[in-house]
Design a protein around this ligand. Structure first.
Ligand SMILES: *[C@@H]1O[C@H](CO)[C@@H](O)[C@H](O)[C@H]1NC(C)=O
Ligand SMILES: *[C@@H]1O[C@H](CO)[C@@H](O)[C@H](O)[C@H]1NC(C)=O
Length: 362
């Protein structure tokens, strides 16, 4: 095999090359140092792969169609008795969205099982937001099963993995569900407080036989309020037909994804101080890179624009999606097909609806 000789004449003189390198290298180093996360997210399509594809199960619903017809359309059959339904959530501080959730699901739920820790996932002592606001949930009192998870305070030098603490809470949740009286064949919702299955979805699953034993729920994802619909990417919530093998989790458990099954409203808080709490407390607290990230006027401005609180690029797996999702979330003027409780109580929940982005100052 013939090797072509190097053609020295076409290469730039080494001096110029050296000067260019001298300028470029420090710029790159500084750039990577200050925008490392952005750069890595920018190139995610090159280094990361999307989670394995889901099998989307079609979901049929219209108002006033009989349950027998709805079951049949899904290939299921009508039961003579509805299943009991347990709603299991690990609670942080989403009080308003919790109220929307429980009011919305109240008629269908046997027990609202709620676990809250007295420390954050990052090991900082945390107020018991639910326990100290329990009176607000008096409408559901006879259905509430609540417990406090004793968290561990992070000491200097000890770096307990936030995700390990999170998984211990999920184990504690299994015990609490037993205490609540769950039995085989009941429906169990495993989700965060802000992942709200729609009532008709729950009703369908409690009235039909033949439902897959585990299904993820495809939820419409919103950010800050229902004014900013992001996409349909939310899949972590699951519905289980409870059995001996059922364990509380919030990760990928099956390939089945039940389409258009509710709402996921991230960072849907009333008060700026609640945003700040969540930003410092949740598992990705490492994203708070600078102190001014927690500045109240900055947060207020970003939530009215639909922009990212952490100044990050979207997590996307193709350049096409990444470019589509860059910049603020386009505003929606629709408040149709939202939780009924939200529309009935629009006056007190204005901040969750189009045009209501300004949070009260306290
Ligand atoms: C809903 O169904 C009931 C009973 O079948 C019927 O009387 C009523 O008119 C229906 N409503 C609508 C909006 O179709
Ligand atoms: C959390 O609760 C446990 C058990 O009640 C208690 O021992 C611990 O001191 C509490 N931690 C904080 C930070 O309040």
């Amino acid at each position: 095999m013939a090797i072509r000789p190097l053609r020295h004449s076409k290469m730039p003189p080494p001096k110029i090359l050296f000067i260019i390198l001298l300028i470029l290298v420090p710029i790159c180093v500084i750039g990577i140092f200050t925008h490392g996360q952005k750069i890595s997210y920018l190139f995610r399509p090159l280094w990361d792969h999307p989670p394995p594809a889901f099998t989307r199960l079609p979901h049929y619903y219209a108002e006033n169609v009989s349950m027998g017809q709805l079951c049949r359309l899904h290939g299921w059959s009508l039961r003579s008795q509805p299943r009991l339904v347990y709603d299991g959530i690990i609670f942080s501080n989403e009080l308003d969205i919790l109220e929307v959730r429980w009011r919305e699901l109240y008629p269908y739920i046997t027990k609202f099982v709620i676990l809250e820790a007295n420390t954050t996932f990052t090991g900082i002592p945390k107020p018991l937001f639910f326990a100290s606001n329990r009176a607000r949930f008096a409408f559901a009192e006879e259905k509430i099963v609540h417990d406090v998870f004793p968290g561990q305070i992070a000491t200097r030098g000890s770096h307990e993995d936030p995700f390990a603490l999170e998984s211990k809470q999920r184990v504690a949740m299994n015990g609490l569900l037993q205490i609540a009286g769950i039995t085989n064949g009941d429906v169990l919702i495993m989700s965060d407080a802000d992942e709200i299955p729609s009532p008709h979805t729950i009703k369908l699953l409690q009235w039909c036989d033949g439902v897959p034993p585990v299904m993820h729920l495809e939820l419409r994802h919103y950010m800050y309020s229902f004014e900013f619909p992001v996409d349909y990417s939310s899949w972590r919530a699951t519905i289980h037909i409870y059995g001996p093998q059922t364990r509380y989790r919030h990760s990928r458990q099956t390939d089945y994804l039940f389409s258009d099954a509710g709402w996921h409203c991230s960072f849907c808080f009333r008060l700026i101080q609640e945003f700040v709490f969540k930003m410092t407390a949740y598992s990705h607290a490492d994203r708070v890179k600078r102190k001014d990230f927690l500045n109240y006027p900055r947060i207020q401005k970003l939530i009215c624009k639909g922009d990212d609180l952490f100044d990050m690029l979207p997590e996307e797996y193709t350049f096409k999606e990444l470019i589509k999702k860059m910049g603020p979330i386009p505003r929606s003027a629709s408040a149709v097909h939202l939780p009924a409780y939200l529309i009935e109580n629009a006056d007190k929940l204005r901040f969750l609806l189009p045009g209501g982005c300004l949070r009260p100052q306290v």
